[in-house]
Design a protein around this ligand. Structure first.
Ligand code: KIV
Ligand code: NA
Length: 278
């Protein structure tokens, strides 16, 4: 398998083949993404909730993100690597955003950064992309702004709000983003935005009309134990399988059937056991 680059992604988009994006948060989850043929691996700040147990994404710092990004980069060698800029690492000014993006590349070993926002982030996106750091945009439901949005709610449900979303997406594209995540946007609006853009849209809760799809790995594998969003499909029951495995282990250790002599144990050298036990 060949390394996925921006050129590969552009070709996939031009051929109208959906782009597959999956999150990873550590080495094993990154290896899974690598082995399954995913195009793009995103170290999303959702890991603050699903992998670290915080109750929102705004608790995680850039330093913490960088720690996870490096682990993902060690496990995911083929997908294009994108690191989420966490809350507080890019809003204050374009130059602060650039410094954080440079750290994402140099210390996080990512190839691109993602940041949330529309028209108001255009100058920042331009600043970052102008020095050769690819930016993935993110509009619609922007979880870092959940408080201001009144919670995790679908965005663009009225004609006026849908038009604002198109405006945001166009501004992000004009600023130089190579693709844009559309999160929790009505299907028809996501399709219209996708048709209006010259760069791919990556949908999550935005329907099949997008140029690609992204899901949070620990959600779609049934590992995260908190509420699952309506848009997420459960592709495996890893959480249940894990608990069953751990319960069996407890039972077998308690009743002495694990470890099994000979199967899970080491013998001494030939003849030594007799001498040793004498
Ligand atoms: O943090 C994340 O995982 C994300 C994706 C859901 C797009 O931003
Ligand atoms: Na995110």
């Amino acid at each position: 398998r060949k390394k996925v680059t921006l050129t590969t992604l552009e070709r996939t988009y031009r051929r109208q083949v959906p782009i597959t994006v999956m999150t990873a948060h550590d080495y094993p989850s990154a290896v899974f993404v690598d082995k399954s043929g995913i195009d793009m691996c995103l170290v999303g700040d959702s890991l603050a909730m699903v992998a670290l147990g915080y109750d929102n994404t705004n608790r995680i710092t850039l330093d913490e993100m960088l720690h996870h990004c490096r682990a993902v980069a060690r496990g995911s060698k083929h997908p294009f690597l994108v690191g989420d800029l966490p809350f507080g690492s890019y809003e204050a000014s374009p130059s602060h955003a650039l410094s954080s993006s440079i750290r994402m590349i140099r210390e996080g070993h990512m190839e691109a950064v993602k940041l949330e926002g529309g028209v108001e982030m255009a100058e920042t996106i331009h600043k970052i992309t102008s020095v050769g750091i690819p930016v993935l945009g993110h509009v619609g439901l922007t979880p870092q702004r959940a408080a201001a949005l009144g919670g995790f709610r679908v965005q663009g449900k009225t004609m006026e709000k849908a038009k604002k979303l198109i405006e945001d997406a166009l501004a992000v594209q004009e600023a130089g983003a190579f693709a844009i995540v559309l999160e929790a946007v009505p299907e028809v609006v996501a399709k219209e935005i996708t048709n209006s853009l010259k760069v791919p849209t990556i949908g999550i809760g935005a329907g099949a009309g997008c140029s690609g799809q992204v899901l949070v790995q620990l959600d779609m594998l049934g590992v995260y134990d908190k509420l699952m969003p309506k848009f997420c499909k459960l592709y495996a029951e890893v959480g249940k399988a894990t608990i069953a495995g751990l319960e069996q282990y407890v039972q077998e250790v308690k009743n002495g059937s694990f470890p099994e002599s000979g199967t899970h144990t080491y013998p001494m050298e030939k003849g030594e056991e007799e001498k040793f036990l004498k």
